[in-house]
Design a protein around this ligand. Sequence first.
Ligand SMILES: C[S@@+](CC[C@H](N)C(=O)[O-])C[C@H]1O[C@@H](n2cnc3c(N)ncnc32)[C@H](O)[C@@H]1O
Length: 209
Amino acid sequence: MTGIVQIVGCGPGGSAWVLPRAREVVAGCDVVFGPSDLQALFPEYRAARMDLPSRVETAAPLVEAAAGKGLNCAVLVRGDCGVRSLAKGIERLLPAGICRRVPGLSSVQVACAMFGVDWDQAKIVSAHGRDPGELDRCALEAPILVLLGGGDGFGVVVERVAGSFGPCRIKLASDLTLPTERLVELPAGGSVPSNLPSRTIAIFKKDIQ
Ligand SMILES: C[S@@+](CC[C@H](N)C(=O)[O-])C[C@H]1O[C@@H](n2cnc3c(N)ncnc32)[C@H](O)[C@@H]1O
């Protein structure tokens, strides 16, 4: 019989931010797939552990092979499964009906909470490992834009996006829930720091009269 594959949102990184349900699910699995920093959030469980390549086409066959042997698998993802995670790709490539999602707290939710911003009308755009290019109309017209990214070159992308989004306040959240967490609110016309950590979220909030 085929095992089931549970794609588990692990929160933004801090151990206190992993939901109890995620711990229950991981405790019940035979194999846990995911990067070492997420594996380290579950030190108490004795399941077999395996890192996963970031390309979903390479990762999915490894998970499918384990599930095909009847093993119940957990695939750990950062934040929530529904925000730019491996979940959609894994579900597309694995046999229908064997995947389930276990939600986690997204870094987007945490960043917005830290700055007291409602995110129900936010448009989320990813610059994680790629340039998002020009914003579409839906993003340009949103009252709040959340840009995922970080690392080298992200500051330039933030400045370009700010230029096309129009008058706005910019807030930067890096390494949320980790000891190196950094929150910055740029003054009007202020320049974006160049050395943003690889896990950074920029929130653009329109100046509405
Ligand atoms: C591939 S996306 C994954 C998002 C994730 N599924 C979520 O819900 O948070 C990776 C991006 O999430 C953001 N991110 C993840 N963890 C973060 C953290 N602890 N602090 C700040 N940003 C974070 C960064 O923008 C990073 O480039």
